[in-house]
Design a protein around this ligand. Structure first.
Ligand code: HEM
Length: 473
């Protein structure tokens, strides 16, 4: 640089620049005014970027601290997450009376809706798991949303979405902190968002048609009358503290839980019916003995079909939908009758398979499928249906030693609120199906399947291909 060049004459700050006579007065040897302005813009931009970076970091830090705090608080709660977003709805379901199935027309409508949809895909055979899933989807959907559900054009897309969410949900729920950095998780969140939009859509449609979510007459008022159900237009079933958002979350929870568990049970029963013509004949005889050809199937008839009810219970005993029940005393130590003390916070796990197949309780044939055991003296189906003894037409016995070891729906104050509904709804559906159709395995049942049939011990459900043949009524 020229030694005569006075670099100190170039101002370093904007104020300095304003105090001088301007760029024209600055020495040309250091680039003049243009260099100053370029330098100034550069510094200004850098300062702004730094300020932005610091502010963003601060906001992110605050969020991280909030997240960690939430996680720390959440991790103090023992046991798995509750599947219902809104405990209010479970309370309403419990307090509001039984969820019960409608008349035979309803179940026939469901069977026909399912068959119609399946026939449009394949007329030859159908996979039992797929068929059961449609059945479950239609029972729960029709019960929650009423007739609006049957003419809902998005039903097929909703079902597909629901099954995808149900499939991925358990996996992502196993993360203690939602892994939002994983693309798979973000895809799952997008599915959940779509699932929510669809659910809001059908809730709105159901309300618009002024048909209650639980279908008029499907929820009986505990005082004897017929209530408008849990979600009539005035929001009666939404609970005192539930927002629409929470209610929608609860309905999503009910759909996910109710459909996957019911589909399992239906598929389980169908598989046994298909694999054992003797069982199918016995069930058919039980069904036609109660409702003759001309009469319409109704819920009182189903309550008298004891062999059918026993088959549903026996299927639930041998293959419960969930493997474990969990309980935890949050505040106090718990002293059991045996004298064992369970410390507060410890999680008690009940392995359902072991309890429900315990030889000492169920006899040496505990692992075998035998509906007859539910018709013997020491089991009380009336109690399983959670109805006052004798009020439902089933009054088998008052001794019920085994009933306490029958836990597919849990037990106590947090037991499944859908227990009675689901046993009756599935029985009604199977009655309606078998009364109208003969269910047969597809002629090409594989050798492997043939062995499963012979072993009579289904620990894993085969996904059978079945054919439905219309009976001459
Ligand atoms: C075969 C079908 C079903 C099975 C095997 C089943 C099983 C269960 C089990 C094991 C529990 C936990 C119980 C406990 O921890 O003691 C439960 C809870 C629950 N189930 Fe089901 N369920 C079925 C269908 C349904 C249906 C159709 C609905 C409603 C439409 C329903 C609503 C509920 C609710 C609301 C709870 C939570 C109760 C609470 O936490 O207070 N379930 N279910």
């Amino acid at each position: 640089m020229d030694s005569s060049c006075d670099a100190a004459a170039v101002p370093f700050t904007l104020i300095g620049a304003l105090l001088t006579a301007g760029p024209a007065a600055w020495p040309a040897c250091v680039g003049g005014g243009r260099a100053f302005l370029r330098d100034y813009a550069q510094r200004g931009t850098n300062a702004l970027l730094w300020a932005g970076l610091l502010a963003t970091t601060w906001v992110l830090l605050l969020r991280l601290v909030a997240l960690l705090r939430l996680w720390a608080l959440g991790s103090r709660i023992p046991g798995p997450h509750a599947f219902l977003a809104d405990p209010g709805l479970a309370a309403v379901l419990r307090a509001g009376g039984d969820i019960t199935v409608g008349g035979g027309q309803g179940s026939l409508k469901i069977t026909n809706a399912v068959l119609g949809r399946i026939r449009s895909i394949s007329s030859d055979f159908v996979e039992s798991r797929y068929f059961s899933q449609h059945m479950a989807f239609n029972i729960i959907g029709a019960t929650l949303f009423g007739d609006a559900f049957f003419d809902w054009s998005d039903a097929a897309a909703y079902e597909e979405l629901l099954m995808m969410v149900a499939k991925d949900g358990c996996f992502w729920a196993s993360y203690a902190v939602p892994p939002f950095w994983k693309p798979g998780y973000r895809r799952y969140r997008t599915l959940c968002a779509k699932f929510k939009i669809f659910t809001q859509g059908i809730i709105r449609k159901s309300k618009d048609q002024n048909i209650t979510l639980s279908h008029v007459g499907m929820i009986k008022d505990p005082r004897g009358g017929v209530s408008n159900g849990m979600m009539s237009g005035d929001g009666a079933a939404e609970g005192p503290h539930s927002s629409e958002e929470e209610t929608c979350g609860s309905i999503m929870g009910l759909m996910l839980h109710g459909i996957s568990t019911s589909a399992n049970l239906i598929s389980n029963i169908l598989t046994r019916v298909v694999l054992s013509p003797k069982l199918q004949d016995q069930l058919y005889a039980d069904i036609v003995a109660i409702c003759n050809e001309s009469s319409e199937l109704n819920i009182d008839d189903v309550l008298r079909m004891q062999y059918l009810l026993a088959t549903v219970c026996e299927s639930a005993r041998l293959l419960p939908a969930g493997p474990l029940l969990q309980r935890c005393s949050l505040e106090h130590d718990l002293t059991l009758e045996s004298g064992i003390t369970v410390p507060a916070g410890a999680v008690l796990v009940v392995p359902l398979h072991l309890v429900q197949m315990d030889n000492s309780m169920w006899g040496s044939d505990a692992g075998q499928f035998n509906p007859q055991r539910f018709l013997e003296k020491d089991v009380d189906i009336g109690e399983i249906l959670a109805a006052p003894n004798g009020s439902n037409g089933i009054n088998l016995s008052t001794e019920c030693a085994k009933t306490e070891s029958f836990l597919p729906f849990g037990s106590g104050s947090r037991a499944c609120v859908g227990q009675k509904f689901v046993i009756l709804a599935i029985s009604m559906l199977i009655a309606s199906l078998l009364r109208n159709y003969e269910v047969k395995p597809h002629p090409h049942v594989s050798k492997e399947m043939d062995q499963t049939i012979r072993s009579n011990n289904l620990h894993h459900l085969p996904n059978l291909k079945i054919t439905l043949i219309k009976r001459e009524i």
